[in-house]
Design a protein around this ligand. Structure first.
Ligand SMILES: [Zn+2]
Length: 368
């Protein structure tokens, strides 16, 4: 069996959660290691500490796929004086590659928040804060007999995908005109003569992470020397990409019962919550990790409860008696992320082992 390289894992991760959808403040993708290196095994972890790097070495894995990026802000020196520098030094010294997905998986419809929804059995899931400026409209003009070829190439490259629908396009019959000048090699018509051609104006949406591939596919399949096309950024929200998610409990619950359900499902031993409202919980908003910035969006969505983490004292006032805020802990809210990553990578790669780290990297302890 052909050896798989670090770059193959990077490609697979890109297919799961494109780095194009990570937040601007983030630092995702391959952080340490050579793309050409053969992979001997992958260790999946929540955080990549020095202990996790050592665990990878002892378990024969030379690649770590982490949720949080160990290098978050820039490193200006690497002397081993911080836990970040020590983890990076240890990885480089032992030829261990490190990949981090973080907000690209947060923003994915099948990512962190979906994991939280699944743990609570939520139904009718929707993205809480759909990401703007992540979709384009592509329009091109194709001679009638070549429409199928060009359109298929565009679809295969990832164009025309809307929610649960694929191969979506609009096709209008039109008449194109051109006059080939000196130096041209026209596919139809004669040089120096005005030409009209029956064409189809074909348009479809293109998610931003495949925009370059789709344009390449268009140019590679179109018969004209100079195909005309427009790529326009859409203002439409992308309903499949964004922070947080909402969904409905299968049946409504009393507030305290709901808080106990959170404790049980997320192993959360330090839940902090805002004032009870005396109302049942049916619609729930979730956001894995630090989510206080989305409280108002959660209220606007009509959710009865907002489950997230890292709320400060004043953030709890933001509930305004319009929602129940439940801070279940940062690590706890993201605890299913490791499994999402390892389940996916296990299915993708059979050449080597994909292991889950045995180290509990949660830096926070709770007094029992
Ligand atoms: Zn986090």
């Amino acid at each position: 069996m052909e050896n798989k390289k670090v770059k193959d894992v990077v490609c697979a991760m890109e297919a799961l959660c494109p780095t194009a959808y990570a937040e601007d403040f983030d630092n995702v993708g391959l952080l340490v290691g050579l793309p050409q290196m053969d992979v001997t095994g992958i260790l999946v972890t929540h955080d990549c500490t020095e202990d996790v790097v050592k665990e990878a070495i002892s378990r024969g894995c030379n690649m770590i796929v982490a949720f949080h990026p160990i290098i978050f802000s820039g490193l200006k020196k690497i002397t081993g004086s911080t836990y970040v520098e020590r983890a990076v030094m240890c990885a480089i010294r032992h030829d261990i590659a490190i990949y981090a997905c973080h907000t690209s998986l947060d923003n994915d419809f099948m990512g962190v928040n979906e994991g939280m929804c699944r743990a609570l059995g939520l139904l009718d899931k929707k993205i809480l804060l759909p990401q703007p400026k992540t979709m384009y409209k592509l329009t091109t003009y194709v001679p009638v007999d070549y429409l199928e070829k060009v359109r298929n190439a565009i679809f295969e490259a990832g164009g025309g995908h809307i929610g649960d629908y694929d191969q979506c396009s609009c096709n209008l019959h039109a008449e194109g005109t051109f006059c080939a000048l000196d130096g041209a090699e026209p596919f139809v018509g004669k040089k120096g003569e005005f030409h009209t051609e029956k064409e189809v104006m074909m348009s479809c949406v293109v998610p931003s992470h495949v925009k370059n591939d789709v344009v390449k596919a268009l140019l590679g399949s179109h018969p004209y020397e100079e195909p005309a096309y427009d790529v326009v950024l859409l203002d439409n929200a992308n309903l499949r990409i964004g922070m947080g998610m909402t969904g409905f409990l299968p049946s409504e619950m009393e507030e305290m019962d709901f808080l106990h359900l959170l404790k049980e499902r997320f192993g959360a031993n330090g839940i902090r919550y805002s004032a009870l409202r005396g109302k049942k919980i049916h619609k729930v908003a979730v956001l894995g990790g630090s989510g206080s910035f989305a409280t108002r969006a959660a209220i606007r969505s009509g959710a009865d409860a907002f489950v997230s983490a890292d709320f400060k004292y004043h953030d709890f006032f933001g509930a305004e008696n319009r929602i129940l805020i439940a801070d279940i802990g940062h690590f706890e809210s993201e605890r299913f992320t490791k499994n999402i990553l390892s389940d996916y990578l296990c299915k993708k790669f059979t050449n080597f082992a994909v292991c889950l780290s045995n180290i509990d990297t949660n830096p926070i302890n709770y007094l029992q």
